[in-house]
Design a protein around this ligand. Sequence first.
Ligand code: SF4
Length: 362
Amino acid sequence: MRVSVSHMGNIYVTIRAWAHGLGRSDSLIVPPANSQRTLSLGTKYSPEGLCLPFKLTLGNLIEACELGADTLVITGGDGICRLGYYVKTQEKILRDLGYDFEIIQLSLSRQRVFGLLKLMRRLSNNASWFKVISALRFGITKQIAMDKIERLVQKVRAVELVKGTANRLYAKTIEAIDNADDYRTLKKAQRDYTDQLNHVAKDTQAKPPIVGIIGEFYVVLEPFANLNIESELGKLGVEVRRRTFISDWGKFSFFFNYLGLDETSKIHKAALPYLKRDVGGDGWEAVGEKVLHARDYDGLIHLAPFTCMPEVVAQNIMPSTKENIPVLTILCDEQMNQTGLLTRLEAFVDLLKSRRRARNKA
Ligand code: SF4
């Protein structure tokens, strides 16, 4: 059995840790990192007008099949956007291309942690539950460590004196966490790189503008899909904040939601004056986050895959809310290019800085 799954941010590190913990590292095929080739393949074989996450994940699956994957795990959802059609549509496209594989659908929002545990056990040829749970736990610990470091990187990027230092350390951290085979090595890597990031030479006088990144889950988490927007903002001296992290999402979906705790209820409540119901994807949350962060952030960047209905709904509601915070919506698709993105980011950051100056004078 040669199992593969699409990319989304650094989740491949966690998946690799699960496979390693189950003693099945040799059965896992991690597709090549997202690239222009992945996007071209996905775009070429996707129906016209489908969203960017569909195209990129399809590209990953094609590249995995080329490497010999015969079992594809595809995540699907029960929501009201087209995520619910991903599995069937991607399966049909891959079969039409002549690939032979078994498909496993994983709906984390419905099956939750038990679905994942059962799947891990099945893919490990019925390893003991102890082994499965240990593997799951170690992978989750890695994800939490990566997300913690990433939050620190978001702060350091904005004020580092030598631009690119935090990115370089972040890449090394991910590699070290990926290579860690036990808790001790993992903790050491986390501690060492946290120290190094804390000691990066910084402009101590800087008061960087704060920009919140909101929008659709996949394009927020996958740097290739958003052209590394957080890094670009860091170069412009902006501190980025975001709610969406894989470990936080997993914490609530796998555990806290069972206890009746819902991380989105506060956000939904904030959105209610403008939007009273779920519109699929992350549209409802995008509106709520605008309301919630109007006072604590200087601006918001709303990432929306082109043709994504939930985010189009949110995009159209935002200008009519009374909360006074600038929002830049960026539509992510295969036509997006770095120069166009940078021009828009520079203009947006200038606007935020001039608003701050005006506020300070008043
Ligand atoms: S939320 Fe939007 S981009 Fe994400 S799967 Fe649904 S339609 Fe596609």
